[in-house]
Write a protein that binds this ligand. Structure first.
Ligand code: GN1
Ligand code: MG
Length: 391
């Protein structure tokens, strides 16, 4: 069932829920919390986060003073195998926590851990078929949908670089693909083409400029896939959803934790780098309506790259380094392509906050692609200068 509701900021959103009544019912959420082995008693909850897929809640605990918990309803229309996804997350969180423990105070980050349900599993399936899971809440932290200064961009780059380093000795083959062909341009373009042809909601006319934009660029977007398939870049454990707001910062603006681990799986580092630039060096919001406001911010770009290369540069191959600037353009393109496909398909994948939200998101992504095209040579130069100083 589809329903319009108000989120915490008073803006309407639309999302798919099985039983609309249960969403705002405090007792229902607190009932779910009781299914997990928590310390203390849940006293309140609030809806948090700006993700487009799962529903997230902060759970407050009494006695007061404990950091509380982070409860999520996992979108199982999208993540179809929850036990497999949970197994991935357990492997990754345990690996990272152990690394943090061994490194001691020399690395400043906090590990995530899943809280077991009463039956010992690390998720709970309610009687309506919804899947829930619980993490420790990282108290005192905050995240940024847009990056206000270069210091934060630098910290963010260091954090995703550190994530890569901490997971470098975790065998990529030990993780499963939670969404098959997630960043596979060939598959994404085929789905787009099919949706355009079928045009089930008769929206292709409205999107004709964006469709043309994709057609003009699609041939040049297969580089990373080809490098991967031919073995010229390695498969690594990668995050695959490195939106800047998946980095948690402490009150001193130091990055302390990487969250949203659903898509941690084997992948190419270029995907992680590119997606972080898409969101971390944009002068506008991901869904900015005023396209004049959307540009690559070169100061934020330089700072993110500096942090990332200081932290992970030595573990990257030359081939990877030489495609970093392109990867930003690529990831912005493929996410725009996915937003547009979802618009044409009737908004079934991403939560939207108003009709036309997905095409607005796609337009903002494509404007950012254009800005990156215009700045391509400066982006290349910044990266090659930084690579020299970090080799
Ligand atoms: C989705 O839910 P969220 O915001 O963490 C999507 C990402 C996209 C992103 C675009 C599983 O992530 O791939 O980059 O929206 N996640 C999935 O904002 O599709
Ligand atoms: Mg995500």
């Amino acid at each position: 069932m589809m329903k319009w509701m108000l989120n915490g900021s008073g803006r309407p959103w639309k999302y798919w829920i099985i039983n609309p009544e249960r969403q705002n019912n405090m007792n229902d959420i607190l009932q779910i919390v009781k299914e997990f082995r928590i310390d203390g008693t849940a006293s309140a909850f609030e809806r948090v986060g700006s993700g487009h897929i799962n529903d997230s809640y902060r759970i407050a605990i009494s006695p007061a003073g404990l950091p509380g918990y982070f409860l999520q309803r996992i979108n199982h229309q999208i993540f179809k195998d929850i036990p497999l996804l949970t197994d991935n997350i357990l492997k990754v969180t345990k690996h990272i926590s152990e690394k943090i423990r061994l490194a001691g105070p020399c690395i400043q980050c906090v590990g995530l851990s899943l809280v077991p349900a009463r039956d010992g599993h690390f998720f709970y399936r309610d009687d309506e078929g919804n899947y829930w899971r619980m993490f420790n809440f990282i108290g005192g932290s905050r995240s940024f949908d847009q990056v206000p200064n270069a210091g934060l961009a630098y910290e963010g780059g260091k954090a995703f670089g550190l994530f890569l380093r901490l997971t470098a000795d975790l065998d990529a083959d030990s993780l499963s693909e939670t969404i098959k062909d997630f960043h596979n341009i060939k598959t994404r373009l085929a789905a787009f083409k099919k949706t355009c042809e079928e045009d089930p909601y008769k929206r292709a006319e409205e999107a004709k400029n964006e469709i043309l934009f994709i057609e003009e660029r699609s041939a040049g977007m297969h580089k990373i896939l080809k490098l991967g398939l031919s073995g010229r870049i390695p498969l690594r454990v990668t995050h695959n959803d490195t939106k800047f707001n998946n980095i948690l910062f402490d009150e001193n603006d130091k990055a302390i934790c990487i969250v949203d681990l659903d898509t941690v799986m084997p992948g190419y580092v270029l995907y992680d780098f590119g997606d972080a630039i898409r969101t971390g060096a944009n002068t506008g919001a991901e869904d900015e309506a005023d396209l004049e406001k959307v540009n690559i911010n070169m100061e934020l770009f330089e700072a993110y790259c500096r942090g990332f290369l200081e932290s992970a540069g030595r573990s990257l191959t030359l081939e990877e380094k030489s495609h970093l600037a392109f990867s930003a353009r690529f990831m912005t393109f493929i996410i725009g392509l996915r937003f547009l496909t979802d618009f044409l398909a009737g908004d079934t994948y991403y939560k939207i906050h108003f009709p036309g939200h997905n095409i607005q998101r796609a337009r903002a992504q494509f404007r950012l692609v254009q800005s990156m095209e215009q700045n391509a040579s400066s982006m290349e130069r910044i990266i090659s200068d930084l690579c020299k100083s970090n080799s």
